[in-house]
Design a protein around this ligand. Structure first.
Ligand code: G6P
Ligand code: BGC
Ligand code: BGC
Length: 941
């Protein structure tokens, strides 16, 4: 203790003298009635530990500040005593909240139920329609939690019955004044009971859910949605009447004590918000649980703690709140009695001073300025204590010291919060209201006065007005519930908008069956023209067997990159296939310009590649991966049926692509090419994977575009002569649905994307699945949500008007596992979209829905293919490998998994392995070229 004591007003009392009032507390009697000098010293010794100097309170403030920072930091939060729990409230009320809301406040000894009407008008009138208290039976506060919650639900029903209304549906806010870990407005997990409640089976559980379950068990009499759980401090802050300066702090000193305030979200590391503010509940009651306050605890505090329901816990609370003040006073009186002189005759404490005999209400009455000694005497008499004037005076001093200390400590805590807010907002001065509630503030102007005086001394940079809560936290809880209700309505609206993009298993089965039908039609000569799926023969009759040899040139056109490759195929012992390649960009003006320029460009790239590889003058056989639909009559001839994806070069459709390439070669002098095979990328991928896994009989691409090929029985291929053996069929499934058969699946967003594409009405299945379109679907949905006021606060975002801003890599990044919300915000910021955390959650959800649908549709397609292979071969069970390539498949964190899950559900009799191609389809094109060369040399021989 400091040798000199100061009163809250700053005056000092010389050591060794009994102060006129210890710590210059509230009681106003004089010293003249003290007769016994010895007892005076004893009394001083008793009171001294309860008197905290300004200097000491300064130290408490500094320690509280440190504790606040530990609680806010993600790294130290778990060990922190002051846990700084985020409350998921981002702004104080703006006065527009409206509607009728039920509020339940769990207190001890009463449970309070209210119906509050928010008018949402200019002055935000708040009318408590009805307000009822239900005493909580003592046995429920320490029994099974289920019973306590059942009691709450029963009281609610009784309250509503009493309303006599026909209304059966209500939205409810739950004021739950205990330390919780909140994860969203309506999800709050109890960390541990405090004060006088200790029910079993509640700690660690979501109290909103417990209340909701209990309500449901009330035979469905009312339909009540628990929309928000709030700490009482938050209810107090949010209920503060609108005034000139904002009210950004809530303070409760009741049975327990606690505070909350609006912190800068970027400092609340437990949540991922970066912008704006977030209400944080300090749970400062536990300050000191690590021993930080040990140097200022008195023997009485230690006794009170030991006898409490939670020894060692809530040390700060036990110095301040009403549940404990009476007990601290009682222990001090017991000690003074034992020392003789108090209550005259007794040196053993009167039985009237038994545990909990004195409550805080008594303490407050005893210190009442107006009542003087007479009131003290009456209170003591009611307790069964005959007190002389001197006794009364002494008791007053003790009570006063205990209350003054409580107010001083509370002020130190509040000053810490104020200074923290001032500092973190980089302000020189802070002006704010503090909404206060609890028995210590009700009619106790002295507690408020001392508190305010101390705060002024401890945080001189802050100007504070204490605003007593009008009707408890009820009004504030109703405000929070109103906000929650608005958010819930928005969620529902978003849910309705996204619903058509969510496919059931049944929907997917239909898609699978439709594709199967289209496949049959496409294979048969007579019906071929009516099918949207072209089922093109490729003239590839077998997958690689490892005997392929030689050096080949390969071209790979149609995906994200154009590549030229040198592929050297040796024996497996020699290392198998070696590849050297070069990537070339093809600018959009070339992919969408005159066809001759596109092919000239390709030839220029080949010449460049050859000169880089020192191959000038060499003419190697060439395999050409050309990822567009081609009608083939042989391996080295392919008539382009249509461009897809981002290509639309003129004068190519209807022409043999190999011929177009040859003509470009001719335009270039002193240069020859030997094109032996033209190959779709799916086929190249299947061959490339087939080189490593002989069971690979399906090729799948999910990249810029999408498509599949598989080994079909030649007898089923009506468009090619011959019955024996198999042939690889390029399905061109991207066009599935171009005949209208998939119309039920398309949403307005898909139609919009199709309409502005290079090929409206074409490649409808591809436009639901592949990387080139998913980002655009997402963008269209986001535009719609913004239009409806559900995103970006309804303000148009010019950046969102930019076509193609969401590329595959964006979709993949935003859905990455473990990506913190602040990273999602970061990605969106990089795209120039200024988002709140709520916005970024919505954006992520939209991405998820769109990508999931794509994966499932693709899975339905694969299921149709593998089931056909199984049936073709009359097998009960088929084991098959699918070779896969494409940026969406490779980069997206969930696409592969979601697609595979669908295949498993839709084709349970096929065991399908997915093998990711490592070298692209250029390698496959070279392998096909190798077979072609071998066949040709056999024929020559
Ligand atoms: C492989 C092939 C390309 C093919 C691509 C699809 O890499 O070599 O010919 O088009 O996959 O992927 P992308 O995502 O680039 O369209
Ligand atoms: C609880 C707080 C509550 C305070 C005041 C404390 O015991 O831990 O959550 O706000 O009492 O009711
Ligand atoms: C093309 C296919 C190709 C697929 C994947 C589609 O647009 O029509 O031939 O296999 O994209 O690249």
């Amino acid at each position: 203790m400091s040798a000199r004591q100061e009163d809250p007003m700053g005056g000092e009392v010389p050591p060794g003298q009994l102060p006129a009032s210890p710590c210059q507390g509230w009681a106003g009697s004089t010293q003249s009635s003290i007769q016994d000098r010895n007892f005076t010293v004893q009394m001083q010794n008793t009171l001294q530990p309860l008197c905290l100097s300004l200097e000491k309170l300064q130290q408490v403030k500094v320690r509280m500040l440190e504790a606040i920072e530990l609680g806010l930091s993600r790294r130290t939060h778990a060990q922190a005593t002051v846990r700084m729990q985020p409350a998921f409230i981002r702004s104080t009320p703006d006065g527009t909240e409206r509607g009728d809301f039920l509020v339940v406040e769990l207190g001890d000894p009463d449970l309070r139920v209210l119906l509050v009407r928010l008018t949402g008008d200019e002055h935000q009138t708040v009318t408590p329609v009805k307000d009822q208290r239900f005493p909580v039976p003592k046995e429920l506060t320490q029994g099974p939690g289920e019973k306590l919650f059942a009691f709450m639900a029963r009281c609610l029903c009784e309250f509503l019955d009493g309303l006599g209304t026909v209304q059966k549906t209500f939205q409810l806010g739950f004021s739950f004044p205990f330390p919780c870990r909140q994860t969203q407005l309506d999800q709050s997990y109890l960390l541990g009971w405090t004060k006088n409640i200790q029910c079993s089976d509640v700690e660690g559980r979501d109290v909103a859910q417990l209340l909701q379950d209990a309500i449901q068990k009330q035979q469905d009499r009312y339909s009540i949605d628990v929309l928000a759980v709030v700490n009482d401090t938050v209810g107090t802050m949010m209920g503060c009447e609108p005034r000139a300066e904002p009210c950004e702090i809530g303070l409760v000193v009741d049975a327990g004590t606690n505070s909350c305030f609006m912190a800068e979200a970027r400092h609340v590391e437990l949540v991922e918000e970066t912008g704006g503010r977030m209400a944080v509940v300090s749970e400062w009651g536990a300050f000191g649980d690590d021993g930080t306050l040990n140097d200022l605890l008195s023997d009485f505090d230690r006794l009170v703690d030991q006898e409490s329901l939670n020894p060692g816990k809530q040390r700060f609370e036990k110095l301040i709140s009403s549940l404990y003040l009476g007990e601290i006073v009682r222990h001090a009186l017991v000690q003074l009695t034992k020392q003789g002189g108090l209550f005259n005759t007794h040196t053993s404490p009167s039985p009237a001073l038994k545990q909990e005999a004195l409550c805080t209400q008594d303490v407050l009455k005893i210190t009442d300025e107006q009542g003087g000694l007479a009131t003290a005497q009456r209170v003591l008499r009611d307790l069964g204590l005959e007190a002389s004037d001197q006794d009364c005076f002494i008791v007053q001093q003790v009570c006063s010291a205990v209350c003054t200390r409580a107010a001083g400590l509370c002020a130190a805590g509040l000053a810490a919060i104020l200074s923290y807010m001032c500092r973190s907002r980089e302000l020189a001065r802070l002006k704010t209201s503090v909404a206060v509630d609890g028995v210590m503030f009700r009619d106790q102007t002295k507690f408020s006065r001392t508190l305010q005086q101390r705060v002024k001394q401890l945080a001189p940079e802050c100007e504070v007005t204490l605003v007593p809560a009008k009707d408890g936290g009820g009004r504030g809880v109703a405000m929070v519930t109103a906000v929650a209700s608005r958010l819930a309505a928005q969620r529902q609206q978003i849910g309705r908008i996204l619903a058509p993009l969510k496919l059931t298993l049944d929907d997917l089965r239909k898609v699978q069956a439709l594709l199967r039908r289209e496949m049959e039609l496409g294979l048969r000569k007579e019906t071929h023209a009516t099918s949207s799926v072209r089922m093109l023969p490729t003239y590839v009759r077998a997958t690689p067997d490892g005997s392929e040899r030689g050096d080949f040139l390969a071209l790979d056109l149609g995906g994200t990159n154009f590549r030229v490759l040198l592929v050297q195929v040796g024996s497996r012992e020699q290392g198998g296939v070696q590849i050297v390649s070069e990537v070339y960009s093809i600018p959009p003006e070339v992919t969408q310009g005159p066809g001759s320029e596109l092919f000239d460009h390709i030839v220029t790239c080949i010449v460049d590649f050859q000169s880089k590889q020192g191959m000038v003058g060499q003419t190697l056989p060439l395999g050409f991966t050309f990822s567009f639909p081609c009608q083939q009559m042989s391996l080295d001839q392919g008539i382009l049926l249509s461009w897809t994806k981002g290509f639309s070069a003129s004068d190519c459709v209807g022409k043999d692509v190999v011929q177009l390439l040859r003509e470009a070669v001719q335009r270039k002098q002193h240069f020859t090419l030997d094109v032996v095979a033209i190959v779709n990328d799916t086929v190249g991928t299947m061959m490339s994977c087939g080189y490593d896994d002989p069971r690979c009989e399906v090729g799948l691409i999910v990249g810029t575009g999408t498509n599949a090929c598989y080994m079909e029985e030649l007898r089923h291929v009506g468009t090619v002569a011959g019955e024996e053996g198999r042939m690889c069929i390029n399905m061109e499934w991207g066009a599935f649905g171009d005949n209208g058969c998939l119309d039920a699946v398309f949403t307005p967003f898909d139609r919009q994307v199709d309409e502005v594409s290079l090929n409206p009405g074409k490649q409808r299945f591809e436009k639901l699945i592949s990387g080139m379109y998913l980002g655009e679907i997402v963008r269209r949905i986001l535009l719609h949500l913004t239009d409806k006021g559900l995103l970006f606060r309804g303000r148009p975002s010019p950046k969102l008007q930019t076509p193609d801003i969401f590329q595959t890599k964006f979709l993949s990044a935003i859905e990455s596992d473990g990506l913190a919300l602040r990273q999602v915000c970061g990605i969106l910021e990089e795209l120039g979209l200024h988002v709140t955390c709520d916005d970024s959650l919505v954006v992520r959800e939209v991405c998820q829905v769109v990508a999931l649908r794509a994966a499932q549709l693709c899975g339905a397609g694969v299921a149709a293919v593998v089931e056909k292979i199984r049936e073709n071969r009359g097998l009960k069970q088929l084991s098959v490998t699918v070779g896969v390539d494409g940026t969406l498949y490779k980069l997206h964190p969930h696409f592969a998994q979601n697609m595979q899950a669908t295949v498993q559900q839709l084709a349970p009799r096929c065991s399908v392995t997915f093998l990711q191609s490592e070298d692209g389809s250029g390698k496959g094109a070279a392998l096909i070229a190798a077979v072609a060369c071998r066949v040709a040399s056999h024929q020559r021989a």
